[in-house]
Design a protein around this ligand. Structure first.
Ligand code: GSH
Length: 311
């Protein structure tokens, strides 16, 4: 079994979701800390320019987006279950709602109270977010972001109101981890002011502590060069799964395609290998790493044939 490698940085909320998933599933992993903002000269060529954090690497397979990463972690680990039996769709749908509703608002609320944020980070994110995340710009908009976060937390409180330990019942699941990480970012970085403002309340507080206690499991530090070596030492798989539905949108195996996040972010190009209800796999090649497979979830990404051959 190839080493399990997480490319991430400590401050990243979506990485916290995956770190907890690895802890919950009892997976031993390797931690590669990447720069918070681009350039990322070692990682970016390996992943065809995919720029969001985190990325999970297993040999020459790179899994992009936490929606897919959690499903991979579910298979890799033995303890617990991110998708309790019969509740997989519920866990995914709950996570989609809470992240779309609360992540960006919690980040803006928190950053408004983080004076001293590096200017490089502010400048790098601005064209992507289309919101200036300079704390001086965000602080006066606190009321806007706070009411949005609180409105979603009210639904969370409702979900937990019957005294259940976790969102889907007595055991933690992917739904808890998706819900936890935006609040975690606010709690860690927003200072007492933001902490006191957010409506944690007596229902959400004990749940928050229970999720935090899951921890990150066993991991050791790894360098980016070691991760590249791990990719080069492995042959990428040849996934064969193919759902005929792809024909309806004009795609066939072997096509040169782009895969692009449907919210913001750049396209990644490669040869289409596999298409299923849940996942798209493309082959990417770069002199720094050789051949690798890039995996994306179907939900949240748009795949299209490259009209012009890329040089
Ligand atoms: N849908 C993505 C979202 C990941 C995401 O937005 N990550 C943040 C860091 S926590 C990020 O990379 N932000 C900078 C960027 O989008 O380039 C996932 O689930 O992995």
């Amino acid at each position: 079994m190839s080493q399990i490698i997480l490319h991430h940085y400590p401050l990243s909320p979506y990485s916290e979701k995956v770190r907890l998933a690895l802890g919950l599933k009892g997976v031993s992993w390797n931690s590669v800390e990447i720069p918070v903002w681009t350039p990322r000269p070692k990682l970016t060529p390996m992943t065809g320019g995919y720029r969001k954090t985190p990325i999970l690497q297993v040999g020459a397979e790179f899994y992009c987006d936490t929606l897919l990463i959690l499903r991979v972690v579910e298979r890799l680990g033995r303890s617990g279950s991110l998708y309790p039996k019969g509740q997989e769709a519920l866990a995914k749908a709950f996570g989609w709602w809470i992240e779309k509703g609360s992540f960006f608002n919690a980040v803006c609320l928190t950053i408004g109270n983080m004076p001293g944020l590096p200017q490089e980070l502010i400048d790098e994110r601005r064209p992507l977010f289309r919101v200036n995340i300079d704390p001086k710009e965000l602080a006066p908009k606190r009321a806007l972001y706070l009411q949005r976060v609180d409105a979603h937390l009210a639904w969370l409180a409702e979900a937990l109101a019957d005294g259940r330990r976790f969102i889907l019942g007595s055991e933690p699941s992917a739904a808890d981890l998706s819900t936890f990480h935006p609040i975690w970012f606010a709690r860690q970085n927003g200072g007492t002011e933001v902490n006191e403002l957010i409506a944690f309340g007596s229902v959400i507080n004990p749940w928050y502590k229970r999720v935090a206690e899951i921890g990150h499991g066993k991991f050791s530090a790894m360098t980016e060069d070691q991760a590249i070596e791990a990719a080069m030492a492995s042959e990428p798989s040849e996934p064969e799964e193919w759902w005929p539905e792809a024909q309806h949108i004009g795609l066939k195996r072997g096509d040169q395609v782009s895969v692009t996040p449907d919210d913001y972010g750049n396209p990644v190009h490669g040869k289409l290998l596999s298409w299923t209800a849940d996942e798209v796999v493309i082959r990417h090649e770069d002199s720094s790493v050789g051949k690798v497979n890039l995996h994306f979830p179907r939900v949240g990404f748009d795949t299209a044939r490259d009209e012009k051959p890329r040089v």
